[in-house]
Write a protein that binds this ligand. Structure first.
Ligand code: IPD
Ligand code: CA
Ligand code: CA
Length: 263
């Protein structure tokens, strides 16, 4: 494992323990509303602080772009992009599906990514050119060839990044053509699961850089294709993100656009 990922793992495990401890006391955890369905709790903030402190102990000159505390030394050579709790809504409801997502951006390019699920003790990692792994064992995207056999992940666009009816049209286009669809509630884990071959594809609108910085690299390093909805690489906001293995990717995009997929 790359030394940066070793430190990131230490940070994510410490933050994960903190999230699990706070979860024992969910009733007393106050959630502040940032927007519709967008919450922050003391648990998110504490986890983020633990991550930043752990990294700074080893790398005092690194910078951060973190969901809850924003940017610190954004012009540093190495900037960590951090979502200390992805799946806050699940967490607040006691739904056991959330994670920590961290990516190292070096000279402007995402080079390393880590997604840690503290409940299952699953550590997904990826380094550019070095592949992707789950608990240090190599992972690959699924090798399904047909959309009608594919299990997809998605999310309802509750941040109003795209009009709901546009999204529902896509859902209506794809659903009859695939095997089934899940909305799990953690974009980072959706991507990690595509990388691990658990999901065959995923699409969503309205995500932020910290939701996908680690996961998009992970899918690529596991052999998948990730683009925004116009084939570019800015996945944030209304651009949307779509990914799958190279064979399914084309079929998924066609189906989203309302075409009938023939394989
Ligand atoms: C959210 C989750 C959710 C996704 C949203 C994200 P948060 O992140 O990843 O699955 O649909 O787009 O904002 O708020 O739990 O960190
Ligand atoms: Ca998130
Ligand atoms: Ca979050």
């Amino acid at each position: 494992m790359h030394p940066l990922l070793t430190i990131a793992t230490r940070a994510a495990r410490a933050a994960g323990n903190s999230l699990l401890r706070s979860m024992e006391n969910l009733d007393n955890l106050k959630a502040n509303v940032k927007g519709r369905n967008d919450y922050v709790t003391a648990a998110d903030q504490k986890a983020e602080q633990i991550i930043i402190e752990t990294i700074l102990k080893s790398y005092p000159d690194h910078g951060f772009l973190a969901e809850e505390s924003g940017e610190q030394r954004g012009d540093a050579e190495v900037v960590w992009i951090i979502d200390p709790l992805d799946g806050t809504s699940n967490y607040l409801h006691g739904l056991p599906h959330f994670c920590i997502s961290m990516a190292a951006r070096i000279k402007g390019r995402i080079e390393h990514g880590l997604i840690y699920d503290p409940l299952r003790d699953e550590l997904f990692t990826a380094s550019r050119g070095g592949g992707a792994a789950l608990n240090e064992k190599r992972i690959r995207v699924a090798n399904k060839l047909r959309l009608d056999q594919a299990m997809l992940a998605t999310a309802l666009p509750f941040h109003s990044a795209v009009p709901l009816d546009k999204y529902l049209t896509e859902l209506n286009n794809v659903y009859p053509q695939c095997s089934d669809i899940r909305r799990m509630g953690s974009a980072a884990l959706d991507l990690a699961y595509v990388a691990a071959g658990r999901f065959d594809g995923y699409w969503e609108y309205g995500i932020k850089l910290w939701d996908v910085a680690a996961g998009a690299l992970m899918v690529q390093e596991a052999g998948g294709i990730v683009t925004d909805m116009s084939g570019g690489s800015d996945f944030t906001g209304s651009n949307g993100i779509v990914c799958a293995n190279p064979k399914l990717f084309k079929q998924l995009v066609q189906a989203l656009r309302g075409q009938t997929v023939n394989v």
